[in-house]
Design a protein. Structure first.
Length: 431
């Protein structure tokens, strides 16, 4: 058992307070801890090998360690690779050796083990080899790359999968209903659509879902006149889809040289080139350069324009834009004015196509809609033995051997058959 009681106070984060304490309450990962699975038997039988939990954030790595800590008769010690070093490890090794003399096992849980350097891992290796310490490591990174081969070979690797939306939704509902450790005392009103939105935006990360839920439940909410997140009776709160979205918003840094007018003029330049008006484009360019705008800023905007608004209608436009950037970098202003003018007029006169821009936006929308969908096993890279054993690269078809007519899935299963790039102008590259 742990040498100190878990420090779970009412003021601790919701994700910590709701951490399952038994396998019966643990959601997900049935492939490794489901009924009859080896890891479940090892935990319930308190016969644990050294092992590494590899999985995305919020998939349950630390929670499994927490469950083991509560169940094992061994001394359970935990450290974080971020804040602990060789000095801490030496104290643990000393304690483990004392336990070994007394016939007691020692389990060491290292969170974010991929952060440990070679010297730290080397110091731990002999203790794991001799069984003085049973290691449980948790990592979001591929252990084949981040954990030394000698240490990895003495551990079982358990791959935890991203939680699905149904599982995240169930965790959210538990948090809302639990009055002792969760948010039940807040009498929160939230409909199924808002729960589903929270589950989807959490991208398989239970901790992220609970953090956002707690923020939405405990933050001051607008008055009824504002129309959202209104108080519904004494002591009750409503969490709407809008509040969920607001909680997930990311802050963006905005470069602002001369206020709104700066962005108005770069917008005018962009739209004039898009509309093939070379004269207007030259005017707005002059407005910027004569005001002392950084020529490289303008050149960067031209590079973006070359792909966003011209694209494959004329792939040479990107070459022209990059050349203009390099030339401006060499000579600066005022000599660079004519170089920018040449590039601006060229962009304005080019035939336009935003097929690439639209295709990318649609692909990006699916990324945000579906989160980090897994790469099909057949097209994953498999440079290590562990990855090959897990099925990476299995059944991959090398395109040249099939005259590029092979039938093979290159997209995640949920997006199979999706088409993003559609040439609307009947051209791939005319110039």
């Amino acid at each position: 058992m742990e040498t100190t009681a878990p420090n779970i106070l009412n003021t601790s984060p919701l994700a910590d307070r709701l951490r399952p304490e038994t396998l019966a309450d643990f959601l997900g990962q049935d492939e490794i801890v489901g009924s009859g699975k080896l890891l479940r038997q090892a935990i319930t039988g308190d016969q644990l090998p050294s092992m590494i939990f590899w999985g995305p954030p919020g998939s349950g790595k630390t929670t499994l360690a927490h469950i083991i800590a509560r169940q094992t008769k061994s001394e359970f010690l935990r450290i974080s690779a971020v804040t602990s070093g060789l000095k801490d490890l030496r104290l643990i090794i000393k304690k483990a050796k004392e336990n070994s003399i007394e016939g007691k096992k020692t389990i060491l849980f290292i969170d974010e083990i991929h952060r440990w350097n070679k010297a730290q891992q080397d110091a731990l290796l002999p203790q794991v080899e001799r069984g003085v310490i049973i290691l449980i490591g948790a990592t979001t990174e591929n252990p084949s790359f981040e954990v030394r081969g000698a240490l990895l070979s003495r551990c079982r690797v358990f791959v935890l999968k991203q939680l699905d939306e149904t599982q995240i939704g169930e965790i959210i509902k538990r948090a809302l209903a639990d009055k002792a450790r969760g948010l039940g005392v807040f009498k929160i009103k939230i409909d199924a659509a808002a729960i589903n939105l929270l589950a989807r935006l959490s991208n398989g990360d239970a901790r992220a879902a609970l953090n956002v839920l707690e923020y939405a439940a405990t933050s001051p909410q607008p008055s009824p006149s504002k129309g959202e997140g209104v108080t519904q009776g004494e002591g009750s709160k409503e969490i709407t889809a809008e509040i969920i979205k607001e909680a997930f918003q990311k802050s963006h840094l905005l470069y602002d040289k001369d206020g709104d007018e700066h962005y108005n003029i770069i917008s005018a330049l962009h739209k004039a080139m898009r509309g093939s008006d070379a004269d207007a484009a030259l005017y707005w360019l002059a407005r910027m350069t004569e005001a002392g705008e950084d020529p490289l800023y303008i050149a960067r905007r031209l590079v973006r324009f070359a792909s966003e608004d011209i694209g494959l209608a004329n792939s040479r436009a990107l070459e022209q834009a990059v050349a203009a950037y390099q030339a401006c970098h060499f000579i600066g202003l005022p000599e660079g004015n004519v170089i920018l003018a040449q590039a601006v007029v060229y962009m304005a006169k080019c035939e336009k196509s935003n097929d690439l821009y639209i295709a990318y936006k649609q692909a990006a929308a699916d990324v945000h809609e579906y989160g980090n969908l897994p790469v099909p096993l057949s097209i994953r890279n498999a440079p290590t033995k562990l990855m090959k054993e897990l099925g990476y690269g299995q059944d991959y078809k090398y395109s040249p051997d099939y005259d590029y007519k092979e039938k093979q899935d290159y997209l995640p299963g949920k997006l199979r058959g999706r088409k993003y790039f559609k040439v609307n102008h009947g051209q791939a590259d005319k110039k």
